[in-house]
Structures are given as C-alpha cells and as structure tokens.
Design a protein around this ligand. Structure first.
Ligand SMILES: *Cc1c(COP(=O)(O)O)cnc(C)c1O
Length: 234
C-alpha cells in the first residue's frame, strides 16, 4: 500500500466514524505524525493531501526542516514533551505546540514567539488519567486555569484547545471514557469564558483508537502508523 492509499483509507474511516456519530467529517482534521520517518515520506504525505504534521522531538524535526520548507501550506506541530530549554528552538521551527503542560513552558514559548513576531498556536496537554508517570496538566489543577487566565499576557501564543494521550490498551474501547472526560473538561473550561480563549480544538485519537475519539467529539486525530507503517524502535 502506498502512503496516498493509506491516507485515503484513513480518511474513509474518519468519514464513516463521523457519520456514525452524526457529525460532519469536515469538522475533523487528520494530522500525520511523522516522527522517525524521513523528509521524503513527509513530502509524499503532503502530495497525498495532508497539510497538518506532528513531530515529537525538536532535534529530530530540525534535521528535516530544510527538506520540507517548500511545502508551502504545511502546518508543523510539536506533539511530544517539550523541555523549556528547547522552547526557543521550538518557537522557531513549529507553527504550533500541542503539548504545553505548564505555565512556565507557556511563558518560555511566548518570549521567542513574540520576538519572532509569530503567533504560535498552543494546545494544553491534559493528563486525563492523573497518572504520575504521564506528562500533562491534571484536569482539576489550578495551573490549568492559571494558564488560561494568563493568556491575555501571552501575546505570542494563541491557546486553541486541549490534547490528551490516554493510556495504551489493546482494546480501543478503553480509551472512550478518557476521551469523553477530555471533552467534558473542555466544556467546563469553555463555560468559564476566559478572555480571548475559545478552546475549540480537541486533539485526541491515534491509529488504533481514532474512530472512538471521533465518536467522542475530537476535532483533530493524530495518525502515524496507519499512514506510514510501523516505526522502528528508537
Ligand atoms: C506517535 C504519536 C502519535 C501517533 O501514534 P500512532 O499510533 O502511530 O498513530 C500520536 N500522538 C502522539 C503524541 C504521538 O507521540
């Protein structure tokens, strides 16, 4: 199967899941997760119609950035854990950081973004299970609200929504309650009307569970394996 064929198949599955849930498939954006894959495969996915790409390491994307610079309509998202000492480089390379998990990181991103006269789009990563081992803001944590309240001062950032990675399970149905919790959290936070924030984006669902995430209201799915095949362990 070619990458273009895989993309077509994933899009078909997105449409079917959306219709099952009574949703318009156009509400759902397919992000291709390209970590560990070389620039030529990114170009192939672009040729196959993908416009939103996710990478999980700043250093890794830095090595590919030159080779993909000509993909004029592409939007580059950092989706992996970001250390604040790499915030400057991330603000330079990426259009969006979907894994902001502290006020400090938001502030560290805002400074270079403002200096570069860029608006970096941001999602807040939520640790929906509350597991110590996982990164992300806890759903009830004061820091989550602090970031939303600080948004007016963070002029280089635009906070667009929430992202989560539920614990892996063989059975994708297990992810459903986590996806639902993220949607409910979004609704609770949106109801608080933080100034200049709408939280319209919910990024949830990966190759093995994106259909469930669509049924539970996601707006972006992040798909690697189902498009590019299995990754080598790194
Ligand atoms: C790798 C990764 C994905 C894609 O996972 P697949 O199972 O290959 O689709 C999605 N989101 C994040 C945060 C990732 O790190």
């Amino acid at each position: 199967m070619s990458i273009a064929e895989n993309i077509a198949l994933v899009k078909e599955r997105i449409s079917m899941a959306a219709r099952r849930a009574g949703r318009n498939p156009d509400e759902i954006t397919l992000m291709a997760v390209t970590k560990t894959f070389p620039a030529d495969l990114i170009c192939e996915a672009y040729a196959g119609g993908i416009r939103v790409f996710g990478e999980n390491r700043v250093q890794e994307f830095a090595t590919k950035a030159d080779a993909v610079r000509d993909l004029a309509e592409a939007e580059w998202h950092m989706i992996g854990h970001l250390q604040s000492n790499k915030a400057g480089k991330a603000a330079e390379l990426f259009d969006a950081v979907d894994s902001v998990d502290s006020l400090r990181l938001a502030q560290r991103l805002d400074i270079p973004a403002t200096r570069l006269r860029k608006t970096v789009k941001v999602l807040l990563e939520v640790n929906i299970v509350g597991e110590q081992s996982k990164s992300g803001l806890e759903p009830g944590s004061p820091e989550l609200e602090q970031i939303l309240r600080a948004a007016l001062q963070l002029t280089g950032l635009k906070i667009c929504g929430l992202m989560t990675v539920p614990p892996y399970s063989e059975d994708p149905e297990h992810a459903r309650s986590y996806f639902r919790r993220l949607r409910e959290l979004r609704e609770r936070l949106a109801a608080q009307n933080f100034p200049s924030i709408t939280l319209e984006t919910l990024s949830m669902g990966m190759s093995h569970d994106f259909e469930i995430a669509i049924e539970e209201g996601c707006s972006w799915v992040r798909v690697g394996t189902a498009i590019f095949g299995k990754r080598q362990k790194v």
